[in-house]
Design a protein around this ligand. Structure first.
Ligand code: ADP
Ligand code: MG
Length: 265
């Protein structure tokens, strides 16, 4: 079964795109067939993989609003096992164009029904709770919420949680919370440690054990059009996302009741 993860938080700059790109690449490096969907009109997820937004001819917009099939939009990357459905500038208008459309919240789900063979689909959401994010939540099996280890980390989280609950009540009852991911952790500051304690105190085991450190290599790699694994695999940032992928896979590879060791060998 394909697992579809929305990487969502309506706050900008919390690490959604960085997480979408590098988690997708880490899953691909573990030989899981992965599709990264760039649902942010900014197109940063695509450009993080070396695809310039202005050179995209068919984008996820054409599959959501236009008549294109998603397999016309998806393209391979130099990273084996990883494909991408890029964004384009047109996506800016999609929120409005979809308002009066048929099945307006189901466009992404319907489009993704046309792709096969992926273990994971990772959707990079825009920084809003509009129709694009609703499409993502409606299409997803779970949501991964990045939280920046900064002042007001949890600000806005209740709006996101109510949106998730609304989606569960109608559009997608099976939607799960995959987990909360702490990003940009700086071990030299007490603030980061305080945020980690506060978030873990509040959300308990819904918070991933893996924490993504603040790491300059993570902020450099997009300008080379590469995920961190191809840019600097030794970096703390790369190791953070590899650990996150392993944590996610350990959960999914060991269904409840089956001991994890049974999956080895
Ligand atoms: P969002 O998609 O939520 O807006 P981004 O992933 O684009 O957030 O991250 C915002 C900025 O912070 C980008 O410039 C990105 O390169 C940088 N960044 C993200 N995560 C890290 C990190 N762990 N360490 C250092 N810089 C980071
Ligand atoms: Mg982003």
């Amino acid at each position: 079964m394909t697992r579809i993860l929305s990487i969502s938080n309506q706050k900008g700059g919390v690490g959604k795109t960085t997480t979408a790109v590098n988690l997708a690449a880490s899953l691909a490096s573990a030989e899981r067939r992965t599709l990264l969907v760039d649902l942010d009109p900014q197109g940063n997820a695509g450009s993080g993989l070396g695809i310039a937004r202005d050179q995209v001819e068919l984008s996820i917009y054409d599959a959501l609003v236009g008549e294109r099939r998603i397999d016309e939009v998806v393209r391979p990357t130099e990273f084996g096992y990883l494909d991408v459905a890029p964004a384009s500038r047109d996506l800016v208008g999609a929120e409005l164009e979809l308002v009066n459309a048929d099945r307006r919240e189901f466009r992404l789900r319907d489009a993704l029904a046309g792709v096969q063979g992926y273990d994971f689909v990772i959707v990079d959401c825009p920084p809003s709770l509009g129709l694009l994010t609703l499409n993502s939540l409606t299409a997803s099996t779970s949501v991964l919420v990045p939280l920046q280890c900064e002042y007001y980390a949890m600000e806005g989280l209740s709006a996101l949680m109510s949106t998730i609950n609304l989606v569960r009540q109608g559009l997608n009852p099976a939607l799960e919370i995959e987990g909360i991911l702490l990003t940009m952790f700086d071990r030299r500051t007490t603030l980061s440690a305080q945020v980690v304690n506060e978030v873990r105190g509040f959300f308990g085991d819904q918070v991933f054990q893996s924490v993504i450190p603040r790491n300059v290599r993570l902020s450099e790699s997009p300008s080379f059009g590469k995920p961190i694994l191809l840019y600097d695999i030794e970096s703390a940032g790369a190791q953070g996302y590899l650990a996150l992928a392993q944590e996610l896979l350990a959960k999914s590879d060991a269904p409840s009741g089956e001991p994890k060791s049974a999956a080895v060998g």
